[in-house]
Design a protein around this ligand. Structure first.
Ligand SMILES: [Zn+2]
Length: 251
Protein backbone atom coordinates (compact mmCIF):
# COMPACT_ATOMS: atom_id res chain seq x y z
CA UNK A 1 0.00 0.00 0.00
CA UNK A 2 1.46 3.41 -0.91
CA UNK A 3 2.19 5.79 1.93
CA UNK A 4 3.12 9.41 2.51
CA UNK A 5 5.96 10.23 4.91
CA UNK A 6 6.42 13.73 6.30
CA UNK A 7 10.14 14.55 5.98
CA UNK A 8 9.86 18.02 7.48
CA UNK A 9 7.10 19.95 9.21
CA UNK A 10 8.56 23.34 10.17
CA UNK A 11 7.91 26.75 8.71
CA UNK A 12 10.87 28.51 7.04
CA UNK A 13 12.93 28.40 10.27
CA UNK A 14 13.60 24.78 11.32
CA UNK A 15 14.75 23.54 14.73
CA UNK A 16 16.35 20.34 16.06
CA UNK A 17 13.17 18.28 15.71
CA UNK A 18 11.59 19.88 12.64
CA UNK A 19 13.15 20.24 9.19
CA UNK A 20 11.57 22.61 6.63
CA UNK A 21 8.33 21.23 5.25
CA UNK A 22 8.66 18.50 2.62
CA UNK A 23 7.33 14.98 2.18
CA UNK A 24 7.55 11.85 0.04
CA UNK A 25 4.91 9.55 -1.46
CA UNK A 26 6.23 5.99 -1.61
CA UNK A 27 4.79 3.54 -4.13
CA UNK A 28 5.94 0.26 -5.64
CA UNK A 29 6.75 1.71 -9.07
CA UNK A 30 7.17 5.40 -8.39
CA UNK A 31 8.13 7.45 -5.36
CA UNK A 32 7.57 11.18 -5.42
CA UNK A 33 9.50 13.72 -3.41
CA UNK A 34 7.40 16.83 -2.72
CA UNK A 35 9.73 19.80 -2.29
CA UNK A 36 13.41 19.66 -1.62
CA UNK A 37 14.83 21.85 1.19
CA UNK A 38 18.08 21.34 3.11
CA UNK A 39 19.51 17.99 2.11
CA UNK A 40 16.67 15.51 1.60
CA UNK A 41 19.09 12.56 1.49
CA UNK A 42 19.51 12.85 5.28
CA UNK A 43 15.79 12.95 5.95
CA UNK A 44 15.14 10.13 3.48
CA UNK A 45 17.70 7.90 5.17
CA UNK A 46 16.35 8.74 8.65
CA UNK A 47 12.94 7.71 7.28
CA UNK A 48 14.38 4.46 5.93
CA UNK A 49 13.73 5.39 2.29
CA UNK A 50 16.32 4.51 -0.35
CA UNK A 51 17.05 7.65 -2.40
CA UNK A 52 17.27 5.47 -5.53
CA UNK A 53 13.52 4.92 -5.21
CA UNK A 54 12.78 8.56 -5.99
CA UNK A 55 11.49 8.77 -9.56
CA UNK A 56 9.76 12.16 -9.44
CA UNK A 57 10.18 15.52 -7.74
CA UNK A 58 7.34 18.05 -7.45
CA UNK A 59 8.40 21.60 -6.59
CA UNK A 60 5.46 23.53 -5.15
CA UNK A 61 7.10 26.97 -5.37
CA UNK A 62 10.46 28.65 -5.57
CA UNK A 63 11.03 29.79 -1.99
CA UNK A 64 14.31 28.69 -0.34
CA UNK A 65 12.60 26.69 2.41
CA UNK A 66 11.06 24.51 -0.34
CA UNK A 67 13.79 24.29 -3.01
CA UNK A 68 17.15 25.01 -1.37
CA UNK A 69 18.17 21.33 -1.55
CA UNK A 70 17.58 20.76 -5.28
CA UNK A 71 21.25 21.23 -6.21
CA UNK A 72 22.44 18.94 -3.43
CA UNK A 73 19.81 16.30 -4.15
CA UNK A 74 20.84 16.19 -7.81
CA UNK A 75 24.57 16.27 -7.06
CA UNK A 76 24.51 13.71 -4.26
CA UNK A 77 22.36 11.17 -6.08
CA UNK A 78 24.65 11.59 -9.13
CA UNK A 79 27.74 11.03 -6.91
CA UNK A 80 26.04 7.92 -5.51
CA UNK A 81 25.73 6.54 -9.04
CA UNK A 82 22.22 7.44 -10.13
CA UNK A 83 21.55 6.47 -13.76
CA UNK A 84 17.77 6.63 -13.88
CA UNK A 85 16.12 9.80 -15.17
CA UNK A 86 14.40 12.13 -12.71
CA UNK A 87 11.14 13.86 -13.59
CA UNK A 88 10.73 17.34 -12.08
CA UNK A 89 7.33 19.09 -12.08
CA UNK A 90 6.34 22.64 -11.24
CA UNK A 91 4.77 25.81 -12.57
CA UNK A 92 6.75 27.54 -15.36
CA UNK A 93 7.82 30.20 -12.84
CA UNK A 94 9.35 27.48 -10.64
CA UNK A 95 10.94 25.40 -13.40
CA UNK A 96 12.49 28.44 -15.09
CA UNK A 97 14.21 29.43 -11.83
CA UNK A 98 15.26 25.85 -11.04
CA UNK A 99 16.96 25.60 -14.44
CA UNK A 100 18.70 28.95 -13.83
CA UNK A 101 19.79 27.81 -10.36
CA UNK A 102 21.33 24.64 -11.78
CA UNK A 103 22.90 26.76 -14.53
CA UNK A 104 24.75 28.74 -11.84
CA UNK A 105 26.21 25.41 -10.71
CA UNK A 106 27.32 24.67 -14.33
CA UNK A 107 25.56 21.32 -14.08
CA UNK A 108 26.11 20.68 -17.77
CA UNK A 109 29.80 20.12 -16.88
CA UNK A 110 28.97 17.23 -14.47
CA UNK A 111 30.22 14.12 -16.33
CA UNK A 112 27.71 11.32 -16.97
CA UNK A 113 25.00 13.22 -15.18
CA UNK A 114 21.64 11.44 -15.32
CA UNK A 115 18.74 12.72 -17.40
CA UNK A 116 16.47 15.32 -15.78
CA UNK A 117 13.13 15.95 -17.49
CA UNK A 118 11.29 19.15 -16.58
CA UNK A 119 7.48 19.26 -16.77
CA UNK A 120 5.88 22.71 -16.77
CA UNK A 121 2.41 22.55 -15.23
CA UNK A 122 -0.30 24.91 -16.46
CA UNK A 123 -1.58 27.37 -13.86
CA UNK A 124 -5.03 25.74 -13.75
CA UNK A 125 -7.03 23.91 -11.13
CA UNK A 126 -6.89 20.12 -10.75
CA UNK A 127 -4.12 19.54 -13.28
CA UNK A 128 -3.08 15.88 -13.38
CA UNK A 129 0.62 15.92 -12.48
CA UNK A 130 1.27 12.19 -12.67
CA UNK A 131 -0.50 8.86 -12.34
CA UNK A 132 0.40 5.22 -12.02
CA UNK A 133 -1.32 2.02 -10.91
CA UNK A 134 -1.30 3.06 -7.27
CA UNK A 135 -1.97 6.80 -7.09
CA UNK A 136 -2.72 10.01 -8.96
CA UNK A 137 -1.48 13.46 -8.02
CA UNK A 138 -3.32 16.64 -9.01
CA UNK A 139 -2.18 20.26 -8.58
CA UNK A 140 -4.06 23.53 -8.20
CA UNK A 141 -2.67 27.05 -7.92
CA UNK A 142 -3.10 28.43 -4.39
CA UNK A 143 -2.69 31.97 -3.03
CA UNK A 144 0.88 32.59 -1.83
CA UNK A 145 3.42 35.37 -2.33
CA UNK A 146 4.69 33.85 -5.59
CA UNK A 147 3.08 31.27 -7.94
CA UNK A 148 2.50 28.15 -5.83
CA UNK A 149 0.62 24.86 -6.15
CA UNK A 150 -1.21 22.71 -3.61
CA UNK A 151 -1.59 18.97 -4.23
CA UNK A 152 -4.24 16.25 -4.04
CA UNK A 153 -3.06 12.65 -3.88
CA UNK A 154 -5.64 9.94 -4.60
CA UNK A 155 -5.09 6.23 -4.09
CA UNK A 156 -6.44 4.30 -7.08
CA UNK A 157 -7.07 1.20 -4.93
CA UNK A 158 -8.39 2.39 -1.58
CA UNK A 159 -9.86 5.65 -2.92
CA UNK A 160 -8.19 7.45 0.00
CA UNK A 161 -7.38 11.12 -0.56
CA UNK A 162 -4.63 13.20 1.05
CA UNK A 163 -4.63 16.91 0.19
CA UNK A 164 -1.75 19.29 0.91
CA UNK A 165 -2.40 23.05 0.88
CA UNK A 166 1.27 24.05 0.58
CA UNK A 167 1.96 27.70 1.51
CA UNK A 168 -1.20 29.73 1.02
CA UNK A 169 -3.70 32.21 2.35
CA UNK A 170 -7.18 30.79 2.83
CA UNK A 171 -8.61 30.49 -0.68
CA UNK A 172 -11.40 28.62 -2.48
CA UNK A 173 -8.89 26.74 -4.64
CA UNK A 174 -7.65 24.84 -1.57
CA UNK A 175 -11.20 24.03 -0.51
CA UNK A 176 -11.92 22.57 -3.94
CA UNK A 177 -8.58 20.74 -4.04
CA UNK A 178 -9.22 19.19 -0.62
CA UNK A 179 -12.93 18.57 -1.07
CA UNK A 180 -13.93 15.43 0.89
CA UNK A 181 -10.30 14.51 1.61
CA UNK A 182 -9.63 11.82 4.20
CA UNK A 183 -6.63 13.84 5.35
CA UNK A 184 -6.02 17.54 4.84
CA UNK A 185 -2.43 18.59 5.52
CA UNK A 186 -2.74 22.36 5.85
CA UNK A 187 -0.12 24.99 6.52
CA UNK A 188 -0.40 26.91 9.80
CA UNK A 189 2.32 29.53 9.59
CA UNK A 190 0.06 32.12 11.22
CA UNK A 191 -2.27 34.80 9.87
CA UNK A 192 -0.08 36.88 7.57
CA UNK A 193 0.33 37.80 3.91
CA UNK A 194 0.35 34.57 1.89
CA UNK A 195 -0.21 32.31 4.92
CA UNK A 196 -2.90 30.78 7.14
CA UNK A 197 -3.47 30.60 10.90
CA UNK A 198 -4.36 27.33 12.66
CA UNK A 199 -7.89 28.68 13.28
CA UNK A 200 -8.29 29.43 9.57
CA UNK A 201 -6.93 25.96 8.68
CA UNK A 202 -9.66 24.51 10.92
CA UNK A 203 -12.30 26.58 9.12
CA UNK A 204 -11.08 25.34 5.74
CA UNK A 205 -11.03 21.70 6.87
CA UNK A 206 -14.60 22.15 8.05
CA UNK A 207 -15.80 23.81 4.84
CA UNK A 208 -14.23 21.22 2.51
CA UNK A 209 -15.56 18.40 4.72
CA UNK A 210 -12.17 16.82 5.30
CA UNK A 211 -12.23 13.87 7.72
CA UNK A 212 -9.06 14.82 9.56
CA UNK A 213 -6.60 17.72 9.70
CA UNK A 214 -2.84 17.81 10.15
CA UNK A 215 -1.20 21.21 10.67
CA UNK A 216 2.17 21.66 8.95
CA UNK A 217 4.65 24.49 8.19
CA UNK A 218 4.00 25.81 11.70
CA UNK A 219 6.36 27.93 13.82
CA UNK A 220 8.50 25.71 16.04
CA UNK A 221 10.47 28.19 18.12
CA UNK A 222 8.90 29.47 21.31
CA UNK A 223 5.41 28.40 20.30
CA UNK A 224 2.98 26.26 22.32
CA UNK A 225 2.26 23.48 19.81
CA UNK A 226 -0.81 22.27 21.73
CA UNK A 227 -2.26 25.77 21.47
CA UNK A 228 -2.01 25.60 17.65
CA UNK A 229 -4.03 22.38 17.69
CA UNK A 230 -6.64 23.87 20.05
CA UNK A 231 -7.09 26.90 17.79
CA UNK A 232 -7.81 24.65 14.80
CA UNK A 233 -10.10 22.43 16.91
CA UNK A 234 -12.29 25.45 17.70
CA UNK A 235 -13.38 25.46 14.05
CA UNK A 236 -13.20 21.80 13.04
CA UNK A 237 -15.05 18.91 14.71
CA UNK A 238 -12.79 16.14 13.32
CA UNK A 239 -9.41 15.00 14.61
CA UNK A 240 -6.63 17.62 14.49
CA UNK A 241 -2.93 16.81 14.92
CA UNK A 242 0.42 18.39 14.28
CA UNK A 243 2.29 16.84 11.37
CA UNK A 244 5.68 15.84 12.73
CA UNK A 245 8.88 14.81 10.92
CA UNK A 246 8.72 11.11 9.91
CA UNK A 247 4.98 10.78 10.46
CA UNK A 248 3.64 8.10 8.09
CA UNK A 249 0.17 8.24 6.53
CA UNK A 250 -1.16 5.26 4.58
CA UNK A 251 -2.80 5.97 1.27
ZN1 LIG B 1 6.65 29.95 0.59
Amino acid sequence: MPKLIILGSSNAVPDEQHENTHMVVIGKQRSVLIDCPGNPLRQLSYAGVDHQQITDLILTHFHPDHVSGVGLFLMDTWLLGRKDPLEIYGLSYTIERTEKLMGFYDWETWPDFFQVNFHRLPEEEMVLVLENEEFRIYASPVRHIIPTIGLRIESTRSGKVIAYSCDTEPCPQVERLASGADVLIHEATGASYGHTSPAQAGEIANRCQARSLYLIHYPTRGVDADQLVREAQDNFPGPVSLAKDFLELEL
